[in-house]
Write a protein that binds this ligand. Structure first.
Ligand code: CAA
Length: 258
């Protein structure tokens, strides 16, 4: 497929998607979100891809939904088109692990897009925020829901109500990002983490993602039950036999992703 707003590459078993609207700081218009969905679809259905990295530019992961596209929209336009749900859902529903490698601005929908991913690795230049209040709207792609779950109510309220930005170190302290790395190392670190994930059994990796996400969707008792069922199911995998044999035989496992 010929993409206009993103770059799509494969690095061994890792799918790399680079948001690429530099003049608009990777503002997320429908074209970009549709292309991102198509690229994720391609990687999801490709057995040779075990993990995905989404990144932006040095200056911006993404500065939010495209304000110039939204400026003329009325209630009925966004309601009828089901703006956000219509095409952003594809990111959320991807079953393979996605790492967001964030440098520069991750604002509004950009912060929300990063939070839809499974791991956020931040460059020391990263800045996160939900500045929609300044535009006379509110976060619409999960900011008011995922941010408090990630960093707690006090900081989420602070960011959403004042529109202030949080730097990478504050984001790490608050639990939004898993690691902060020097900007020049960002892509290498994210690709290395994705490569490690992709070297493990793909069905097990998918089960882990599904189980961790359950922690946000269910009670502890239901989450534990779900984990137990999936844990039992993992014992049917050839990769379980291989992983344990390899340990006992003191050699590297050769997973077949089955
Ligand atoms: N939509 C459309 N265009 C955007 C944009 C956005 N979200 N963010 C930046 N741009 C454009 C600017 O209009 C500018 O274009 P021109 O060169 O044609 O004028 C270009 O990108 C560079 O931006 P700036 O000149 O503003 O760059 P800066 O370094 O001075 O400031 C910034 C950077 C602080 C990120 C600033 O651009 C900014 O505040 N952007 C908007 C951030 C925002 O409000 N995001 C939330 C959007 S709403 C949303 O996301 C809803 C939702 O929940 C889904």
């Amino acid at each position: 497929m010929d993409y206009q707003t993103i770059l799509v590459e494969r690095r061994a078993r890792v799918g790399l998607i680079t948001l690429n609207r530099p003049k608009a700081l990777n503002a997320l218009n429908d074209a970009l979100i549709d292309e991102l969905g198509a690229a994720l679809n391609g990687f999801e259905h490709d057995d040779d891809i075990g993990a995905i990295v989404i990144t932006g530019s040095e200056k911006a992961f993404a500065a939010g939904a495209d304000i110039s596209a939204m400026a003329d929209w009325d209630y009925i336009d966004v309601y009828k088109s089901d703006f956000i749900t219509r095409n952003w859902e594809r990111i959320k529903s991807c079953r393979k692990p996605i790492i967001a490698a964030v440098a520069g601005f991750a604002l509004g929908g950009g912060c929300e897009l990063a939070m839809m991913c499974d791991i956020i690795i931040a460059a020391d230049t990263a800045r996160f925020g939900q500045p929609e209040v300044k535009l006379g709207i509110l976060p619409g792609a999960g900011g008011t829901q995922r941010l408090p779950r990630a960093i707690g109510k006090a900081k989420a309220m602070d960011l959403c109500l004042t529109a202030r930005m949080m730097d990478a170190l504050e984001a790490e302290r608050a639990g939004l990002v898993s690691r902060v790395v020097p900007a020049e190392r960002l892509l290498d670190e994210a690709l290395a983490a994705a490569d490690t994930i992709a070297s493990y059994s793909l069905p097990v990796v998918m089960m882990i993602k599904e189980s961790v996400n359950r922690a946000y969707e269910s009670s502890l008792a239901e989450g534990l039950l779900f984990e137990r069922r999936v844990f039992h199911a993992a014992f049917s995998l050839a990769d379980k036999r291989e992983g344990m044999s390899a340990f006992l035989e003191k050699r590297a496992a050769r997973f077949t992703h089955r």
